[in-house]
Design a protein around this ligand. Structure first.
Ligand code: F6P
Length: 321
């Protein structure tokens, strides 16, 4: 089937660099004589016919902005047969030949389910701060989120050192400890708590007290949200050690902001890759970066649980305390 018209959408949690990906899809597809519709608010926009023709000008001046000009939602209606039927009606009505959903594994699971039912060719672009997509090493937005968290922790270190306190800093990542590990390593944090490794509170308190005896009086411990609550752990450490602790939850700060050079260039390469993949006749795929190159993986594979190798970073963080 020849691809003459595609629709691009962003779904799930926004990630910095999504706009750069939208820009790349629109401009690259246009250069290949493929028409592009921009769909608003993710799958919701397909269900509710909120879309419009995009051209090169529609995506001017967005490469450096966070969020997504297409808006995004977590759309429960698209998980129903009725919702998918309405989305398919829109696709037929606008003579759309293929879809480019930009998002994370929730978006890809929805895309795969829709492909199985209606066989509309679909190539997703991996974008999520969590970096938890199977078969893909790096997603759009994760580098920016790490740098945002890093800047925050650098600030926290100033006050932690000055007031000789223990800080527990909670970062996002859903079930993945990727952001936590990367930021703990690059901020020189004393410890990290991630869902991929068992957390031992009494051994952490033992290390803190011993460190204190040696003269190490300030600690920054990064807690991945999927592994526990920084607020709760801070309370427990304070009760056990009687040392002054504070908790900071970085939250949605990590989702916004100007995308880093890496997030933008990755997004731009993946926009091109998604269009090329569709033009080659691929369907039910996702594009992302793996082993330094751009790959396309089956959506079926991409939505499986990603097993991250954490040992070397995890052990190094603890060794360097
Ligand atoms: O998947 C991205 C993410 O930011 C996760 O890290 C976090 O757990 C979740 O989304 C938060 O979702 P919401 O913005 O819907 O609260």
């Amino acid at each position: 089937m020849s691809i003459k018209r595609i629709a691009v959408l962003t779904a799930g949690g926004d990630a910095p660099g999504m706009n750069a990906a939208v820009r790349s899809v629109v401009r690259y597809a246009t250069s290949k004589k493929v028409e592009v519709y921009g769909v608003f608010r993710g799958w919701w926009g397909l269900i509710n016919e909120e879309l419009k023709v995009f051209n090169g000008r529609s995506v001017s001046g967005i490469i450096n902005s966070g969020g997504t000009i297409l808006k995004t939602t977590r759309c429960l209606d698209f998980q129903t047969e009725e919702g998918q039927k309405r989305a398919y009606d829109t696709i037929k009505k606008y003579a759309i030949d293929a879809l480019v959903p930009i998002g994370g594994n929730g978006t890809f699971a929805a895309a795969h389910g829709f492909f199985k039912r209606y066989k509309v060719p679909c190539v997703g672009i991996a974008a999520s701060i969590d970096n938890d997509i199977n078969g893909i090493d790096t997603t759009i937005g994760s580098d920016t989120a790490i740098n945002t968290a890093l800047a925050a922790i650098d600030n926290i270190r100033d006050t932690a050192t000055s007031m000789e306190r223990i800080f527990l800093v909670e970062v996002m990542g859903r079930g993945s400890g990727y952001i936590a590990l990367q930021v703990a390593l690059s901020a020189g944090c004393e410890d990290v708590v991630i869902p991929e490794r068992k957390f031992d509170l009494s051994s952490m308190c033992h290390d803190i007290v011993n460190g204190n005896i040696r003269g190490k009086v300030s600690w920054i411990i990064v807690v991945a949200e999927g592994a526990g609550s920084a607020v709760e752990i801070a309370k427990e450490i304070n009760e056990i050690t009687s040392l002054e602790t504070r908790a900071v939850v970085l939250g949605h700060i990590q989702r916004g902001g100007r995308p880093t050079a890496f997030s933008r260039s990755l997004a731009t390469l993946l926009g091109q890759a998604a269009v090329d993949s569709l033009l080659k006749g691929e369907q039910d795929k996702a594009v992302g970066m793996c082993a330094g190159g751009i790959v396309s993986v089956d959506l079926e594979t991409a939505i499986q649980k990603k097993e991250m190798q954490v040992d070397s970073l995890y052990n190094l963080i603890k060794t360097l305390t």
